[in-house]
Design a protein around this ligand. Sequence first.
Ligand code: NAD
Length: 488
Amino acid sequence: MIHTQLYIDGQWQAPVAGGKRAILSPADETVIAQAAEGTRDDARLAIAAARRAFDGPWRDSTIRERAKLLNKIAELIDRDAENLARLESLNTGKTITESRTDMGDIAATFRYFAGLVASESGAVNEAPHHVISRTLREPVGVCGLITPWNYPLLQAAWKIAPALGAGNTVIVKPSNLTPLTTHRFAELLAELDLPEGVFNLVTGGAEVGAELAENHDVDLVSFTGGAYAGESIMKAATGNFKRIGLELGGKNPNIVFADADLDTAVDYALNAAFFHAGQVCSAGSRLMVEDAIYDEFIARLAERLPRIVIGNGFHAETQMGPVQSAAQHEKILKLVQMGVAEGARLVHGGKRPEGAVYEKGFWLEPTLLADVSAGMKIAKEEIFGPVITAERFTSEEQVLRLANDTPYGLAAAVWTKDLDKANRMSRALRFGTVWVNDYHPYFPEAPWGGYKASGIGRELSRIGLDEYTELKHSYINLAPKPMGWFGA
Ligand code: NAD
């Protein structure tokens, strides 16, 4: 049994109120850990420690030291990648192959930001000879980093790497459903000789996140999660006008034109929607297929769905694991039922798979709801589970209008061999990422984030580092003398 603690001011400690939370395996509901459940009091201690560290020794850290730190973290992730991957699969239920990919991406993220930080330099501006004018990038200060349960350590890495690299101090708050890999990450950082208070971990629920959002000693909150919490963080942040970054949900159209390579588009439609059991903010859960190939597309999916191997993420043959929690399981089933009540056709799934191994745990069959129309609730709401809703369209103009008619704007994909159409669609779709003839790839070098209600700001890329910096104009007059504007 794993027991976790909080990491505050360079010390491992129990929560002030002694709180604990049982962490369940989503595969069989066994208790795999007792995690420290912090409260506002613990968040305040961590904020104070982060403040002291920011106002103290960390302020003088150099970009070379910080780039070295990020590279060292990447080495530690590589060293412990297999253990971290196993822990991630244990806690989230995702397949071990997916978790191994996550760990590779996490190390790459730290290395990418190490390189970027190392190349940082201010700019010297054109100015009179007796003046030195510089544009400088400085850290924002104390950063609260709040992460969700679907990609626990990956989402944390996207925030921690640029935040520390830019010279900030951090308090990390993972989801209290999936704190284990972030806790293990804190153990790795404790191996390094970071000044106390630079990195703090406070596990716990919404109240810890709310304290980070409200506390005036926090200068920036970066949050990945749902719209409901995002809204409350945005409101709370007005208290001291702290900087916010929000990575929220999505309802992502996967648009297939009749001229697409059908075999590939069908194959990717499965990957887009069922990777990590659909618990991906950019999941291609809203399938939109052109009229001429719609029936064949649905038939081909119907043939593939029963062949998807659902099971324990540690088994080599498993292609899809369970969903994260009982609450999520119930929510997804309700949305599927609502879809059927609205008139959608249930082609496959919509229930717990049969068999003794699926009686415990949060299992769902991969589900296909066909003949969905844009007005239905299931075509609008984020389902965040292994469910495809399929709509038929008849023209480019129509599908563009329907795809953009959503409050979200995270990701979209287009399948066509017509490059002109691909280009038109990429430009016209109002989403932060638009893939053509592919689904899901992202790179640390490219920005990630959403239009509209999918968020504010961007992670990864140069912009993802800039989000953790303040810009300063430094003006030094080397030869001051009276100006005489108001006479002698
Ligand atoms: P959630 O909003 O319930 O929780 C996210 C985090 O916020 C957790 O750590 C939680 O404890 C904390 N939290 C909850 N209420 C809070 C509050 N009022 N104040 C401060 N913190 C609070 O989200 P979730 O269920 O963990 O994650 C699923 C959601 O995350 C989905 O909507 C998904 O689309 C989104 N997501 C988005 C991205 C992206 O890059 N845009 C990536 C992953 C997940």
